[in-house]
Design a protein around this ligand. Structure first.
Ligand SMILES: Cc1ncc(COP(=O)(O)O)c(C=O)c1O
Length: 470
């Protein structure tokens, strides 16, 4: 995008004096739409560019994103040491590829793959690339089968609760999306899925932690529906699990350890995970894992020989930084199952603490917030206004705008179809968040209500239920 330069006129011919005196204290303006003719000192360039970041939101108060905003200093040190490595130079950095392989094996194990099946996988730039690769693979496999059966017009079955990456897949790769409305529990409706399975279905997608409310689809139910279809048809429909959010939660949270959602289920053939979400790595890194090497169409793997030897490549892009892969391996090594479990439990404790506080909040003795995700599957807060809260004139979007003034980034949006008349507010709890921040968040929500409520509030009009006056 071109930005009109407003500062350009300050400089003759778009230049400025070399080494202006005191430049560190009075740095020049940033180049907006064309290069300056002369160079400047590194420290001045640093000051100029750094000053741009003052206008970004604070990542630690960004409760909108699922993506990591905090990493351990030792992990950052390792990332810095590897920043100069391009992941795709596999022959030059074989140990990075060895580390990637170990991460794939650890994840395949975590998702209960059978070693005899030869599980495989790859790192990606994020869950989007992993999801696109997985679904593209199913399109290729289906196309070969369909050609022999004179079938056209492939379809993919997804819920209305999917993230935009699945709409991208359908559009970019020309596969008709069959969008199954979610039930009142915000999960894909299994009966509706069963009705739409057909010989045109390249795959069915289950979500382990949907973006809207964080709830896990009933993956076992999906597997049963697909099993029922596959037992009576020649075309064997695979299931892909989008575990972008839940892939690093379900294996470590006691409530889910014994609930099969992964390769324990027969038709789950592939899983995508965002390492940069609860894998606790900075963006961008994801993983695509297949239960069996044979579930991957060899035609999609390119062999390239212009990097000093022959190497395989299965990706949508090419070059990317290797440091995230190293950081993922650091986290796996450093935390082990115990560490991940500890972190998840801590976040669930904050979630529980905050939900109790927010649902106890009263305006004129009236409960104003509902918890939307009644069985929170991931450590996020999703709330809506009660009927009474709306009647009092409260509005979530107005509260969110006020919260932005206090530094917090909090999204407000409608639930997926057919629940889209319900507007919710979501706060994602991540590593780096603590009980003190939860208290401040609560205080700021109370303040936002006081300042935006059209009915004048007094010290006594807002109360925190049984916990007394705020
Ligand atoms: C369920 C789900 N799938 C896929 C994605 C896309 O993930 P990424 O940002 O890693 O590409 C997201 C992102 O939030 C998500 O929530």
């Amino acid at each position: 995008m071109l930005v009109k330069s407003v500062y350009k006129r300050k400089y003759v011919n778009n230049t400025f004096p070399k080494d202006p005196p005191g430049s560190i204290f009075t740095p020049n303006s940033p180049p907006l739409d064309s290069l300056y003719e002369s160079k400047m000192s590194a420290s001045e360039a640093y000051e100029i560019v750094n000053s741009e970041s003052y206008f970004d939101g604070d990542p630690q108060l960004n409760l909108a994103t699922f993506v990591s905003t905090w990493m351990e200093p030792t992990a950052i040190e390792l990332m810095k040491k590897n920043l100069d490595k391009n992941y795709i130079d596999k022959l030059i950095y074989p140990q990075t590829i060895e580390i990637e392989k170990r991460c794939v094996s650890i994840l395949a194990n975590l998702y209960n793959a059978n070693i005899k099946d030869n599980p495989t996988g790859t790192s990606t730039i994020g869950s989007t690339e992993a999801a696109l690769l997985a679904a593209l693979n199913y399109k290729f496999m289906w196309k070969k089968w369909a050609a022999a059966h004179e079938l056209k017009d492939p379809e993919i079955i997804i819920g209305t609760n999917v993230q935009v990456c699945w709409d991208k897949f359908a559009k970019y790769f020309e596969v008709k999306p069959i969008k199954i409305p979610v039930g009142p529990d915000h999960k894909i409706n299994i009966n509706e899925v069963a009705k739409h399975l057909s010989d045109k279905t390249i795959c069915v997608v289950g979500i382990l932690g949907n973006t809207f409310t964080g709830e896990f689809d009933d993956i076992k139910g999906l597997n049963d529906a697909v099993d029922n279809y596959n037992r009576n048809h020649k075309w064997q429909i695979p299931i892909h699990i989008d575990a972008a959010i839940g892939g690093f939660i379900a294996p470590f949270y006691k409530k889910y350890k014994d609930i099969p959602w992964d390769f324990r289920l027969k038709w789950v053939k592939s899983i995508n995970i965002s390492a940069h979400k609860y894998g606790l790595v900075y963006p961008g890194l994801g993983w695509a894992i297949w239960r069996n090497k044979n579930d991957l169409d060899k035609e999609l793997i390119f062999t390239i020989d212009y990097l000093g030897g022959s190497q395989d490549d299965f990706s949508l892009n090419f070059s990317r930084n290797a440091s995230n892969v190293i950081a993922q391996y650091y986290n796996l090594t450093r935390l082990g199952a115990e560490g991940y479990e500890e972190i998840m439990n801590y976040l669930y404790e904050i979630q529980d603490y905050f939900l109790k506080k927010i649902t106890n909040l009263r305006l004129y003795n009236t409960k104003i917030f509902n918890v939307v995700n009644s069985t929170p599957d991931i450590p996020i807060i999703v709330i809506s206004l009660t009927k009474e809260g709306k009647a009092l004139g409260l509005d979530l979007a107005t509260i969110a705008i006020k919260m932005k003034e206090y530094g917090w980034s909090i999204p407000v949006y409608p639930l997926p179809i057919p629940l889209h008349n319900e507007i919710v507010m979501r706060m994602v709890l991540k590593v780096g968040f603590n009980f003190g921040m939860a208290d401040k968040l609560y205080e700021n929500i109370v303040k936002a209500i006081e300042e935006t409520n059209s009915i004048p509030t007094t010290a006594n009009s807002l109360s925190s239920g049984s916990h007394g006056i705020c």
